[in-house]
Design a binder for this molecule. Structure first.
Ligand code: PBG
Length: 336
């Protein structure tokens, strides 16, 4: 070399860019990969037939009646998506103080499960047992004198969980953050012959503004009085989240979830490192909507950011992601 540069002394023989120089080197050194096997697709179910009702706050996402959802779930299975997560938009007349419709064996969520199991037996079905779709106040638990009562709520969601398993749910995913729920659900499932039904704990569910569009999707936004701060975790608290997850692991959770996703990658990493359980992130409604809305305005490349965010979950230690983008991503991956 005849001319020395300022950086020569600094770089010496160390040059990171050698591994980045060509497409083939980049492919060789790539550490994380997103595949269709990483995707769980959350869907919204409404009563009735023939309904595909777009959700204004979630462009590209619709509430579907069971018959239409069956078609969509078939497509998802054909695309190779391993599992779906279902959320019902229950008729207002059926919502009450205690969320009693959650204990009706053939309620909307269980009807949907039974239909999917029959029509699409090879896709996994993950159901939530939180009471918010069923309560007249939009809270996840039973409300008494202004307080979400823990133990009564657990008694009820345990019964709801067994009914969901009876209907064919493969994994129960409790999202209401009551104390002791994982152990209670595990015992009840075992006692009712559902040893093979798993539990994916929404282990670290944060009290987040990112859930806004979901509440529109299941029509709880107008109902909800106050906030969920007495049961969800504060966005400020990472160590508390790890402790909460530890209890769920002890109580028998098979898988853990972090929710929301992209603003909580440190929690994904800490939880995966701490417990080594299959760990999932939920890229929630607000995260989806941010990307869609900005892309629709031409301000960002929506496709690119969709793929980037999902890959980043993998890098952060997640085994998979619940995402409304699932079918879109699956199609894209199939083409690539
Ligand atoms: C409540 C529940 C929430 C979501 C799913 N189940 C949060 C809430 O409304 O408090 C959010 C999902 C999303 O935003 O995509 N049990």
């Amino acid at each position: 070399m005849d001319k020395t540069h300022l950086v020569d002394e600094i770089t010496g023989h160390r040059r990171m860019r050698r591994n980045r120089k060509a497409d083939w080197t980049r492919r060789l050194v790539q550490e994380s990969r997103l595949t269709v096997d990483d995707l769980i697709w959350p869907i919204f179910i409404v009563p009735g037939a023939g309904i595909v009702d777009p959700i204004a706050a979630m462009p590209g996402v619709s509430r579907m009646s069971v018959d239409k959802a069956v078609e969509a779930v078939k497509e998802a299975a054909d695309l190779g998506i391993p599992a779906i997560a279902t959320f019902p938009d229950i008729e207002m007349e059926l919502r009450d103080e205690t969320g009693s419709n959650s204990l009706v064996a053939n309620n909307l969520i269980n009807q949907a499960t039974a239909a999917f199991k029959k029509a699409v037996p090879n896709i996994g079905i993950i159901t939530d047992v939180a009471l918010d779709p069923f309560t007249s106040h939009g809270h996840d638990g039973i409300l008494r004198d202004g307080i979400i009562v823990n133990d009564e709520t657990v008694d009820q969601i345990v019964r709801a969980a067994v009914m969901q398993a009876d209907a064919g749910a493969d994994i129960i995913a409790p999202s209401e953050m009551m104390d002791g729920r994982i152990g209670a659900i595990r015992r009840a499932l075992d006692a009712s012959g559902h040893q093979d039904v798993g539990i994916m704990s929404y282990a670290t569910k944060f009290s987040s503004g990112f859930y806004g569009p979901y509440r529109e999707a299941i029509n709880t936004s107008g109902l909800l009085k106050g906030d969920k701060n007495s049961y969800y975790i504060s966005p400020a608290n990472g160590t508390e989240a790890v402790r909460d997850a530890a209890l769920d692991v002890e109580e028998g959770a098979d898988m853990l979830m972090v929710k929301p996703g992209i603003a909580y990658l440190d929690i994904c990493w800490r939880i995966k490192e701490a417990f080594g359980l299959p760990t999932f992130a939920y890229q929630v409604s607000g995260e989806y909507t941010q990307i869609k809305a900005a892309a629709m305005n031409g301000w960002i490349d929506g496709d690119r950011i969709m793929m980037e965010t999902l890959l980043c979950f993998k890098r952060a230690g997640c085994d998979g992601i619940l995402t409304y983008f699932a079918p879109e991503v699956a199609k894209k991956l199939a083409k690539a």
